[in-house]
Structure formats: structure tokens, C-alpha cells
Design a binder for this molecule. Structure first.
Ligand SMILES: [Zn+2]
Length: 401
């Protein structure tokens, strides 16, 4: 059995211990040596909180602890090297990531306690991730409500309330207003003074002020409830700083104040949509004139006339708009191409009175030139790999002849 020094004091970062066992093992996808010690300050993964990592030193040798897990009454340290059973060692956790975990875990308790008190909703899932942390609620909250809850949580953080860890006896336990009560024999209760009482195995800060800041980043509907994404401490500050800098860059670019950035972007989007519409109208006029000119000079194939055009300035949408104008000319078959990077887009069209089987022409092009696409007898669109204009022209005329 390992004595768990982290259990009543989260701030024990190193300790001396005796190696009780060492065996080859693979856990959590990591291969190494599972070492058990007589006592440890390493927290094993549990209750949503990730495992501690760190170092175990024996004389001049040290091994890295890559993962920590609990099995029965023992804590196992998955190490990158083996350790001799029976020797004395010194174990030390990497405190920076552990403290960040303590900030997040205590922040999560306060957030869950405040949400239960203010909204009557329960935390039904907690996850600490590499980038974000989430809690899942059994009901919906709006972004505005999330903002108000966040303010209440940060007020409690500012008040620097004490956080207590205890194992209450059978008489005391029923008097505690527990938010969550895991089914265990000896319940460990974490209390944030006058805010939250919760059965929990994790490591916590001693005072709420150490959390620094809790920032809710997002609330999303999730499985009939809400998923709340949040950050705590230095990670929350870094995220706010990055977003402030991004907003500042946008404001410099738009020459506006931060409060005006959103309305200015909306205005720009509306202007862009209007300009696109105007450009499309001008293009239709231009394509109509060009189509007439091309049809006058078109090659005759049987009773149909072929318009062949390769113009790399045309987008895929332009090709379709141009095709519509060509199809308005009697007895015409239009074949339009435009190359962008390593792809050629095509649009095939025909006048209502033309004889050409347009879909068959599209299939012939795809088959002969490794293309993809299709459509109906009025319009077929697709893509080809890069071929010369001559090769494409030849492929079309061999079909029409
Ligand atoms: Zn907890």
C-alpha cells in the first residue's frame, strides 16, 4: 500500500521513499517500468484530473515518471528506466503542470457550485484537455447567462476563500450539502467555503485566489444540455491576451475602435456581396457580347456550330454564366475551359435546337482525358487534369465528327 501524501496536502512536491516493486508495464499507451513506492506525492489520473509527471532520483541516477496510475491500494509510477527494489529514492513532481491542474480543478468546482445554485443545473461530465477544459450540464444556458455566471465565479476567486479537504465521519456526512456524492466507502469531501461541497479525489488549491481567473470561452448545446468550455489561471490570461491582440490588429486594419469592429466587418461583408452582384451583372453583359462574336465565327459540325474557348481568367462560376449566354445562340454547342493551378474546369452547353448529345460529349471528355463531372443536356460541368488546348480541342472534334 502506498501512502498518498497529495491526499491531504496538494503542496507536497517531493518526498523520500522506498522502492517496493518494479515491473515492465504498458499503460495509457506508454511503455515503461511500473514502480511502486512506500509513499508518494504523485497524483494518479482520476476524477477528470490528469496524472502527475516528474522525476525519481536514486543516488546520481534519475528516471522520468511518464504517467501515474492507481491500482488497488497502490500508486504506480510508469518510469522510462528500471529501479532496484528495496533502495531509497527521492521523488519530485513537475509542479508547474500540477499547479495548473489544481487551478482548473478548483475552478471547475466553483463553476459547478455556482451553476447549481443559480440555475439548478448539474455537472454531468468534466474533462481537462491539453488546450481546453469542459463541463457538461444537464440543461441549457445562454451565452448571456454564462457571462453572469463567470462574473460570480470570479468574484468568489477574488474573495480568496479557503478550500478544505476532509473525510467526514458517518454522523457529519449527512449534514453536508454535497453537490456530488460518489459511491465510495470513505468519502473525501472538497469544500470551497460557502460555495461548493463535492466528493472528489483530486488535488486543489488552498485558497480560491490562487486560481487567478476563470474564463468561459464557449457554451454549446450538447446532448440535450450544454457543454461549457473554460480556462483557468495563466492559460486563461494568455488566451485573453491573444484575442485582444487579434482584435487590435483588426481595428488597425479597419481604422476603428474595438466596439465598432463587428459592425464594420458586417458592413464590409454587405458591401462585398453588393459588389459581387454588380460584377455578375456586368459579366453577363460582357459574356452576352462575347458569345455573339464567338458564335458568328464558330466552326460548323453537321447542323451544329462549335464554340471552343480556353480562358484562364474565368472562374468555375464565370464558365457557367458564360455558357448560359452561348446557349442562347441558335444551333450552338459551347465548350469552355479554364486552368487554375493543376486543374482545368470545364462547362459544356448547347442551344435548345442543337443536335449534339451533351451528356455523351461530357462522358467522352471524362473518359478520354481522365476527367470528372456531368450534368444534363443543357449544361455539363467538370474538371480535367492539365492537357494542352490542342489536345482538348481534338478530343471534342473527334466526338462531333
Ligand atoms: Zn473534483
Amino acid at each position: 500500500m502506498t501512502e498518498k501524501l497529495y491526499d491531504l496536502n496538494s503542496y507536497v512536491t517531493e518526498c523520500d521513499a522506498k522502492v517496493l516493486s518494479c515491473e515492465k508495464a504498458k499503460k495509457n499507451g506508454i511503455e515503461g517500468f511500473a514502480v511502486s513506492l512506500s509513499q508518494t506525492c504523485f497524483f494518479p489520473e482520476g476524477g477528470g484530473q490528469p496524472a502527475d509527471v516528474g522525476t525519481i532520483t536514486a543516488g546520481n541516477e534519475s528516471v522520468r515518471v511518464l504517467y501515474t496510475y492507481e491500482q488497488g491500494e497502490d500508486i504506480f509510477h510508469l518510469c522510462d528506466k528500471t529501479l532496484e527494489v528495496g533502495i531509497q529514492v527521492h521523488a519530485a513532481i513537475d509542479f508547474a503542470p500540477r499547479f495548473a491542474n489544481m487551478q482548473i480543478h478548483s475552478g471547475e468546482h466553483i463553476l459547478s457550485g455556482v451553476i447549481l445554485k443559480e440555475m439548478g443545473l448539474h455537472n454531468v461530465g468534466f474533462h481537462m484537455g491539453h488546450e481546453f477544459n469542459t463541463i457538461d450540464l444537464d440543461g441549457e444556458i445562454t451565452p448571456q447567462q454564462a457571462r453572469e455566471l463567470e462574473a460570480k465565479v470570479n468574484a468568489i476567486i477574488c474573495e480568496n476563500r479557503p478550500v478544505f479537504v476532509s473525510y467526514p465521519d458517518k454522523e457529519t456526512l449527512p449534514t453536508i450539502p454535497l453537490r456530488k456524492k460518489p459511491e465510495v466507502e470513505k468519502l473525501r469531501v472538497v469544500e470551497v467555503q460557502d460555495c461548493d461541497w463535492c466528493g472528489c479525489c483530486g488535488t486543489h488549491v488552498a485558497h480560491t485566489g490562487e486560481i487567478g481567473l476563470l474564463k468561459i470561452l464557449d457554451v454549446q448545446r450538447y446532448k440535450g444540455g450544454t457543454r461549457v468550455t473554460f480556462l483557468c489561471g495563466a492559460a486563461a490570461l494568455a488566451d485573453c491576451s491573444d484575442k485582444c491582440q487579434n482584435l487590435k490588429n483588426i481595428c488597425v486594419s479597419l481604422s476603428c475602435k474595438p466596439q465598432e469592429a463587428f459592425s464594420n466587418v458586417e458592413k464590409l461583408k454587405a458591401e462585398l456581396a453588393e459588389k459581387k452582384q454588380a460584377l455578375a451583372a456586368k459579366n453577363r453583359q460582357l459574356f452576352s457580347l462575347l458569345a455573339k462574336q464567338l458564335c458568328e465565327n464558330a466552326e460548323a459540325f453537321g447542323s451544329d456550330k462549335l464554340v471552343f474557348l480556353m480562358d484562364n481568367t474565368l472562374s468555375a462560376d464565370d464558365l457557367k454564366a458564360f455558357a448560359a449566354q452561348i446557349a442562347a445562340n441558335e444551333k450552338t454547342v459551347g465548350t469552355l475551359f479554364s486552368q487554375q493551378n493543376d486543374t482545368i474546369s470545364y462547362a459544356l452547353c448547347r442551344a435548345k435546337d442543337a443536335d449534339c448529345d451533351l451528356r455523351a460529349l461530357s462522358q467522352h471528355l471524362n473518359k478520354s482525358l481522365n476527367g470528372k463531372g456531368g450534368g444534363n443536356q443543357e449544361l455539363c460541368c467538370g474538371k480535367l487534369p492539365v492537357y494542352s488546348e490542342e489536345k482538348i480541342h481534338q478530343t471534342i472534334t473527334e466526338f462531333l465528327l
